[in-house]
Design a protein around this ligand. Structure first.
Ligand code: XIL
Length: 359
């Protein structure tokens, strides 16, 4: 049964691999998370769920939350101003509903998700177009969305001299575009958890130090103005290769976010392979260790409500093209390998949920 005649298949035949496969068949990340009051989810595209029924079954078994990887980005949902196409989002939302999973939408407002037509609008109409987009999309799923990634990657990087990234959104919709997007989303669906999502917040690096600090200031400003933001989404694109990590700095940051009355969502967890490990077993252990040390800190925080991995299996991962391994071997960044066998990362997630305090 385990003999699938490949390196990955051989690895799955190891004792640890067989035990993990048996455990993953008996329980699920979904159940382990749920026992602690947490959601476990993954990002996905509807075409894969339709084309790959074995994979679709695995998603339903293991996940209690489903979010779009790309299909609800602005350029796909509103390819022409005022013309909406919800068929991809609807397909995901229906898949989730039919399998008793929650559905999370996004990203509504992200400079990389913008349709081309947005950038040629004059400023007053750009802000109105953004508000209209948020209103229509969130309204379409009103009552059906657990959460929305309302604004994604708005924060500037260190040395850019401003708090917000210089994007067409900032230039055309104006400096209060974040606030306007959240207010429109809250009006369109008061029951959804509204998330401000951002990256490079996880490690003990000068860039991440700068960004934790700047993001806290931004959150303080937004909360001070009673902007209806519900949660911080911390993307959590991790990497192996001994990147400096400080539990106390990360914990301090999460505490400060919680003290503002916000929830926290791990929104895009995966692990790029940047270490020197070469065998599949060593690589998987390095990926698992990275998830382990990170989630150990994250899940102690009671305001964390969900962990979402950016995909579920190495078969479908953006990292295969975005961060390929230098030796050409296929990346293994997620809880399942390309043959849909649970990896050491599955075990790391399972262990992290099992030891997390209940919320
Ligand atoms: C990525 C998708 O996974 C890719 O398929 C797409 O080509 C580019 O975007 N941060 C985000 C996500 O917020 O939307 C990105 O998703 C990954 C980085």
């Amino acid at each position: 049964m385990y003999c699938v005649g490949s390196v990955a298949g051989f690895y799955a035949m190891s004792r640890a691999g067989m035990l993990r496969t048996a455990l993953a068949a008996e329980t699920s990340l979904r159940e382990l998370a749920s026992a602690k009051g947490l959601l476990y989810g993954c990002a996905n595209s509807p075409d894969r769920l339709t084309a790959d029924p074995v994979f679709a079954r695995l998603v339903a078994e293991q996940c209690s939350l489903l979010v779009p990887e790309n299909s609800l980005n602005w350029k796909y949902v509103e390819p022409r101003y005022g013309e909406f196409d919800f068929h991809l989002g609807d397909s995901l939302a229906t898949f989730a509903k039919d399998r008793n999973m929650k559905f999370g939408g996004g990203t509504l407002v992200w400079h990389e998700g913008l349709p081309q037509w947005f950038s040629s609008l004059p400023p007053p109409s750009a802000k109105a177009a953004m508000v209209n987009h948020v209103t229509q999309v969130v309204g379409h799923y009103r009552g059906h969305a657990f959460s929305w990634a309302v604004v994604n990657e708005a924060l500037a990087f260190r040395g850019q001299g401003a708090m917000l990234k210089d994007t067409p959104l900032l230039r055309l919709a104006g400096p209060d575009y974040i606030e306007a997007a959240f207010r429109a989303a809250a009006l369109a669906d008061p029951s959804a958890l509204l998330v401000l999502n951002d990256n490079h917040l996880e490690y003990d690096l000068p860039e991440d130090d700068y960004r934790r600090d700047a993001l806290l200031k931004l959150l303080q400003q937004l909360v001070g103005k009673k902007v209806p933001i519900g949660a911080l989404g911390i993307q959590s694109h991790l990497r192996t290769g001994d990147v400096p990590f400080s539990s106390s700095k990360l914990k301090g940051f999460l505490d400060s976010v919680s003290d503002l009355g916000l929830k926290i969502v791990v929104s895009e967890l995966d692990v790029a392979e940047k270490g020197s490990e070469a065998t599949v077993a060593d690589r998987d252990n390095a990926v698992a260790k990275e998830i382990d040390r990170y989630l150990e800190v994250i899940l102690q925080e009671k305001s964390v409500v969900a962990v979402v991995t950016w995909g579920l299996t190495a078969k479908y991962t953006w990292l295969a093209s975005y961060a390929p391994r230098s030796d050409g071997q296929h990346v293994r960044p997620l809880p399942y390998d390309s043959e849909l066998h649970p990896t050491a990362a599955w075990q790391a997630l399972a262990t992290a949920f099992a030891r997390a305090p209940a919320r």
